[in-house]
Design a protein around this ligand. Structure first.
Ligand SMILES: Nc1ncnc2c1ncn2[C@@H]1O[C@H](COP(=O)(O)OP(=O)(O)O)[C@@H](O)[C@H]1O
Ligand SMILES: N[C@@H](CCOP(=O)(O)O)C(=O)O
Length: 319
């Protein structure tokens, strides 16, 4: 479920008077998603998504996220555009929440991607990295390498309750971050380009969404987050070299990795997997049983973490 803040038809009608986008003809909550409240809004001029930002997003970051999405949409990427009101403002307030009306992107997200879909997402990620070369505003990665020790400490003894093997796996991965790669190209990254944040239509990427973890960080880290999300079985037991090779080929067509980035992929992959182990473990331990949100399994990324700890750069590239 992802409607935390209710919006009535009257609320919506009042909200839409700020825009030149007609009046609502239908409107309903969107079940998918976990962080924010999302509504599908049809108006006499088109289809939109209305997002109300909930407490776990820092309102100070919203102008950066919305300006990044606008930058990418301006460059013709398949990124839904935040809609500006008549005064030119995309960021709004509705029912006590920061809110934004966003263009609707066609397509569906894929649970079990094919190599062809991995190729398409690799190419789309490369386009994103190219298109942000001139996006100069910086946002530090609040879930980056320096955040992982404090995050692990917050999970504390809870890690062992999730799985007896988890504390050692996390401790080893944290120790490995002592040799975190330096000097690699840095840029604006999506940082969460999972299949549920990519919409595809007949094999084409029609939407990259959910930029609310985007930040400025090592570009190849974004590549390996995407590899971790797209190139394993859901529970992380199987790595698919054909998907990995297709992802790499797609990315090479639109951006490509430098030799130093390739060499760093396994260590970056350990870090990427650790980030998702830790956020999932924290949510696993702190989501009340009665919450309607489905908790995501930390062990699915613990298995990926173990894979990256033994992987060669070639293996990450599906060779
Ligand atoms: N611009 C959009 N166009 C089409 N569907 C969207 C758009 N934005 C969000 N959605 C839908 O809403 C769901 C939740 O959005 P998401 O940004 O992932 O929410 P959350 O950050 O709460 O997880 C997505 O899975 C997708 O189905
Ligand atoms: N992709 C992350 C969770 C972030 O949730 P999202 O719905 O905002 O993408 C994970 O799988 O752990």
């Amino acid at each position: 479920m992802a409607v935390y803040t209710p919006v009535t038809a009257t609320d919506l009608a009042g909200f839409l008077t700020r825009y030149d986008c007609g009046r609502a003809t239908s409107f309903k909550g969107i079940a998918e998603g976990v962080s924010n409240s999302n509504f599908l809004v049809d108006t006499t001029s088109g289809r939109y998504v209305l997002t109300l930002y909930e407490r776990n997003i820092d309102a100070n970051d919203l102008p950066w996220f919305l300006s990044l999405m606008t930058h990418l949409a301006d460059k013709g990427l398949p990124v839904p555009r935040p809609i500006a009101d008549r005064d030119g403002h995309a960021l709004q307030t509705l029912n006590g929440r920061a809110a934004c009306l966003i263009a609707f992107a066609q397509g569906v997200s894929i649970a079990e991607p094919t190599p062809a879909e991995c190729h398409a997402v690799g190419a789309a990620l490369g386009r994103l990295h190219r298109a942000t070369a001139d996006f100069v505003a910086v946002r530090a990665n609040s879930l980056g390498v320096t955040a992982w020790r404090p995050m692990a400490a917050k999970c504390g003894a809870g890690l062992a309750k999730i799985d007896p093997a988890l504390p050692v796996l996390v401790a080893d991965a944290l120790a490995a971050t002592d040799s975190w790669p330096t000097g690699l190209p840095v840029g604006t990254i999506h940082a969460d380009l999972f299949p549920d944040n990519v919409l595809l239509d007949h094999g084409d990427v029609t939407g990259m969404i959910d930029f609310y973890f985007a930040c400025t960080d090592i570009r190849a880290y974004d590549y390996v987050v995407t590899h971790a999300a797209w190139c394993f079985s859901a529970i992380g037991t199987v790595h698919y070299p054909d998907r990995a090779a297709a992802l790499a080929a797609g990315y090479a067509e639109t951006h490509g990795l430098e030799p130093a980035e390739v060499a760093a992929l396994p260590r970056l992959g350990e870090g990427a997997a650790l980030r998702f182990v830790l956020t999932r473990a924290y949510d696993w331990l702190h989501t009340p049983p009665e919450a309607l949100v489905t908790r995501k399994d930390p062990m699915a990324f613990a298995r990926r973490l173990a894979w990256y700890a033994r992987a060669t750069p070639d293996a990450v590239l599906g060779r």
